[in-house]
Design a protein around this ligand. Structure first.
Ligand code: NAD
Ligand code: WQD
Length: 344
């Protein structure tokens, strides 16, 4: 007996794959839907190695309503859905906004229509701290005003949250929990799954690990003249396994019928760290010296943001357990395992 079948869109991706593992460990039966636009089938092998069996996966594009509907037909009694599937590259979204509006909004709309038709009433949605823009007061709570997004990607998250609110206000039986992730980093401690950035990474941690591995020459720290303790930007870096566990407690809450029609939670550690602190944590936990230099600011960067996690702690009973150093070490172990697998 399982606690229920959970459809995980984008389940082969970075956060999705870690969540699938945590769902199995918590007694759920995940079913993956992914079109592998930003992931590889090897993620499924990593998941299988960790959970001791193959997790069913449908190669389906969530914007293809007919194909998605077929998944719901083939998988009766889906108890809930976690919707990760989306594009996430901020810069690309500026250059190709329609690609982002089509995929990120189109997939949510198709999914919600099918969920209503099949009376699947529980949804966890991947939102982002990007909805807070450049906040006036720190830490940000769920009451901190959502701002005009500074990229089409960020706007898709804002619009998707609005869609969930409108649906809730319509009296729909679908209940949603939107999790606003801060900065997910690291990998499963087994190094069997992790982040697979295609091409040159945009994010700090994969850039650090690829530089340490000799794939990139040098990390550029984007600006050291911000109003922060050492002048570099502040972020709330959360270990991806901790983040994955937040989805399990959100699903628990929905399935136990405790959630309101729409709920929003910040998911971070509650702690802010600068870029230089992140680099120090990497060097200390791995013993590897990083080649980095200070460069100019990156356009559009938020100077500092970190979460107030009181609501997730009190309502969901969610608490992170991993340190920044543990997260950095796991990111490095994953990078090393990729090097091993390309040697083989
Ligand atoms: P990811 O790219 O690793 O995973 C997304 C997965 O969805 C990929 O496997 C991709 O192939 C799949 N996918 C994309 N469009 C699809 C579609 N139309 N149909 C089916 N599958 C599709 O990204 P991630 O880092 O795991 O992010 C997961 C979610 O969390 C996204 O919604 C992202 O916007 C959100 N998020 C990520 C971060 C972050 O920093 N990683 C922060 C905040 C929010
Ligand atoms: C982290 C810090 C950079 C690279 C992005 C998205 C956001 C959200 C999370 C999804 C910043 C600095 C980075 C480098 C650096 N994603 N940095 N040198 O900017 O917080 O947010 O991912 O919703 O929407 O915008 O993450 O990893 O790019 O940067 O100094 O080579 O590292 O300036 O302070 P960011 P990031």
């Amino acid at each position: 007996m399982t606690k229920g079948k959970i459809l995980v869109t984008g389940g082969a991706g970075y956060i999705g794959s870690h969540t699938v593992v945590e769902l199995v460990e918590a007694g759920y039966e995940p079913i993956i839907v992914d079109n592998f636009s930003n992931s590889e089938e090897s993620a499924l092998e990593g998941i299988a190695a960790l959970v001791g069996r193959n997790v069913p996966c449908y190669r389906v594009d969530c914007t293809d309503a007919a194909a998605l509907r077929e998944v719901f037909e083939k998988e009766p009694q889906i108890a809930g859905v976690i919707h990760f599937a989306a594009y996430k590259a901020v810069g690309e979204s500026v250059a190709q906004p329609m690609k982002y509006y089509h995929n990120n909004i189109g997939s949510l709309v198709a999914l919600l229509q099918i969920m209503e038709a099949f009376k699947v009433n529980n949804l966890v949605f991947s939102s982002s701290c990007t909805v807070y823009g450049i906040p006036e007061k720190l830490p940000v709570t769920e009451q901190t005003p959502v701002q005009k997004a500074n990229s089409p990607y960020g706007n898709t998250k804002k619009i998707c949250e609005e869609i969930l609110v409108d649906l809730a206000n319509s009296g729909s039986s679908v209940r949603s929990i939107a999790l606003r992730y801060f900065n997910p980093i690291g990998a499963h401690p087994s190094a069997k799954i992790g982040e697979l950035p295609l091409g040159v990474p945009n994010n700090l941690v994969p850039f650090i690990t690829q530089t340490a591995a000799g794939i990139r020459e040098q990390v550029t720290v984007f600006g050291d003249d911000y109003d922060t303790p050492d002048g570099t930007c502040v972020r709330d870096y959360i270990h991806v396994v901790d983040l994955a566990k937040a989805h399990v407690v959100a699903v628990d809450r929905l399935l136990q019928g405790q959630a309101e029609s729409i709920e929003v939670y910040n998911v971070g550690t509650g702690q802010g760290n600068t870029v230089l602190e992140a680099i120090q944590a990497f060097e200390k936990s791995t013993g590897v010296k990083l080649n980095y230099k200070i460069g100019p600011r990156r356009a559009g960067d938020v100077p500092k943001i970190y979460a107030d996690v009181t609501k997730a702690t009190e309502v969901l009973g969610f608490k992170t357990t991993s340190t920044l150093e543990e997260a950095m070490k796991s990111a490095w172990d994953w990078q090393e395992s990729l090097r091993e697998s390309t040697k083989a």
